[in-house]
Design a protein around this ligand. Structure first.
Ligand SMILES: [Zn+2]
Length: 134
């Protein structure tokens, strides 16, 4: 008897127990197995959620998935009249302190500016591109 492929396993899980069972199966993989199988959590329009995918194919429904990007701005506040905002891009959802750390890592701000960040916001891709002159 041949071994079931990951696609077949997920399809069976989905048909037997639904989307959550596929998510659970994928979540049970170790990080190294996840990487080795070249899996990613990506946006699936058919499933209307972030789904596990392999080669940009949803493991739940088989439709094409898209890489998820998150865009954030960090506002550096020196004074009422002096400050600026920078925009960063990430593959994962970030909390405020991670957004600031990423902005430093991407050399958008330095360590001193990082201490003057008074707010961060999620922004859309258009705003991100505009802020980075892309
Ligand atoms: Zn799907």
């Amino acid at each position: 008897m041949s071994k079931k492929t990951l696609n077949e396993t997920c399809k069976d899980l989905y048909e037997d127990s639904g989307q959550a069972a596929v998510f659970e199966h994928i979540n049970s993989f170790s990080d190294s197995k996840f990487k080795k199988l070249k899996l990613a959590w990506e946006r699936c329009n058919a499933c209307e959620t972030i789904s596990p995918s392999q080669n940009h194919n949803c493991l739940v429904c088989g439709q094409e998935t898209k890489t998820v990007k998150f865009f954030y701005e960090a506002h550096v506040f020196y004074s009422r009249k002096n400050g600026f905002s920078v925009a960063v891009e990430s593959d994962v959802e970030l909390e405020e302190e991670d957004i600031i750390a990423l902005a430093v890592e991407q050399k958008k701000i330095d360590g001193e500016d990082a201490r003057s960040v008074d707010s961060t916001d999620e922004i859309d891709e258009e705003t991100y591109k505009m802020m980075n002159n892309l």
